[in-house]
Design a protein. Structure first.
Length: 405
């Protein structure tokens, strides 16, 4: 038989077996859970007006590199590679590409080590591809790459993440040097690398405190028992992914709770993946130890160095256990989701069973919910769509972003 559920301004016709009808679990505030059969389910079809968002405060600025000079999304060119080649700057073209696995369902570029898309959860193709490095495009000021910009300085900027794992999902992007990933931090003098990491964390914390924490209605809507949270920064999951999907160092800074669909993906093992996600706590501990003993790695980091080798050596030299820290941090994230998730079942139309629903249909609901819940692209335009049209006003000229390696 057929059933129809209203989700925002759309109507989705569904087969009953796609959903777990008959209500929500007694305590569904975490937004996602496993049912008695072990299937992962999440609250879907958020009702309009149930939650708030926070507008980005910075005035709009035009990009430095015009669309006619270089465009990452126009296959007819000129491409980012054409722009780099035309500059005549040695090594610039190599900065402008990522090695990824591109999702065939939602189109998101994923790190080449992943097997499932960290946006929609679909299986990824085995083949690698190369995509334009959008974060380098941002730092160089490509007009074709608009931002939801929260904060900017000469060597760091903070943006809303398009993926929007939560209602406040920030990225700080380093703009002081070309550092493709966290691996290259270990090629730098440890004190310099530690200063980079701390400044990226501080920039995100500043944006979070001044724009989101300072918005009490927002915090109460999303964080259950927020009055009991002594330090709002304790609600944050932060770290670096390596290999990244965009090859310019950026820090993931995510206020918990995750959106219901994204918490479902976490329960399925598609977020904060062990071996790829390096918690901020781990990276700072490793660099702090190396500041005291700069030669303890025992080898020079180069373009072929893997994060596994660095993790192994840091453990051997300092007894800093990556796996233990990763487990403690990711366990903390789930505990925070349970303690402070504020996804009231009354604010949603239905429950979605990820195991029995078809992927494309689940993604339609997840995307519709994200449009309501995210802070990316706020304020929305007159058509009700995200308006990520800002640009980094301190964009670098070709040759200014020096490579660490």
């Amino acid at each position: 038989s057929k059933a129809t559920v209203s989700v925002l301004n759309c109507r989705f016709s569904r087969v009953d077996s796609l959903f777990v009808w008959g209500g929500f679990p007694a305590d569904s505030m975490s937004g996602a859970w496993r049912n008695e059969a072990g299937d992962v389910c999440f609250s879907g079809g958020v009702k309009a007006g149930a939650y708030d968002a926070v507008d980005a405060p910075l005035a709009k600025k035009a990009g430095r590199v015009g669309k006619a000079e270089g465009h990452p999304f126009n296959p007819k060119g000129p491409t980012v590679g054409d722009w780099a080649a035309a500059s005549g700057v040695e090594g610039l073209e190599a900065q402008m590409w990522n090695k990824v696995r591109k999702c065939g369902q939602c189109g998101k570029p994923n790190a080449f080590t992943l097997t499932a898309c960290n946006s929609c959860g679909a299986a990824l193709p085995e083949a690698y591809s190369h995509t334009p490095n959008l974060f380098c495009c941002i730092v160089y000021g490509f007009d074709a790459v608009g931002l939801s910009l929260r904060h900017q300085e000469d060597d760091v900027l903070v943006i809303d993440d398009l993926l929007s794992l939560s209602a406040c999902h920030l990225n700080s992007i380093w703009a002081g040097q070309h550092i493709p990933s966290v691996v290259q931090l270990f090629a730098m003098p440890p004190d310099k690398a530690l200063a980079v990491v701390r400044k990226m964390g501080d920039a995100c914390a500043h944006a979070f405190r001044t724009q989101f924490v300072a918005h009490p209605t927002f915090m109460k809507k999303y964080v259950k028992n927020v009055e009991a949270v002594k330090d709002p920064l304790s609600l944050v999951a932060m770290g670096f992914n390596t290999p990244p999907s965009q090859y310019q160092l950026h820090l993931q800074y995510i206020m918990l709770p995750l959106l219901p669909f994204q918490h479902a993906q976490q329960l399925l093992g598609n977020h904060f993946t062990e071996g790829r996600f390096l918690p901020f706590r781990y990276v700072t501990a490793a660099l702090e130890a190396l500041v005291k003993e700069p030669d303890a790695l025992g080898f020079a980091v180069d373009g072929d160095t893997t994060i596994d080798r660095i993790i192994e050596r840091v453990h051997g030299a300092f007894a800093i256990d990556y796996s233990l820290i990763w487990k403690e941090e990711t366990t903390r994230y789930v505990a925070l989701q349970e303690a402070h998730g504020n996804w009231d079942a009354a604010n949603f139309e239905t429950t979605v069973n990820v195991a029995t629903a078809q992927g494309q249909e689940v993604q339609e609901i997840a995307n519709a919910d994200k449009l309501v819940l995210q802070s990316y692209g706020r304020p929305y335009n007159q058509e009700g769509k995200p308006d990520a049209s800002n640009h980094y006003s301190l964009a670098k000229a070709p040759g200014e972003l020096k490579a660490v390696l």
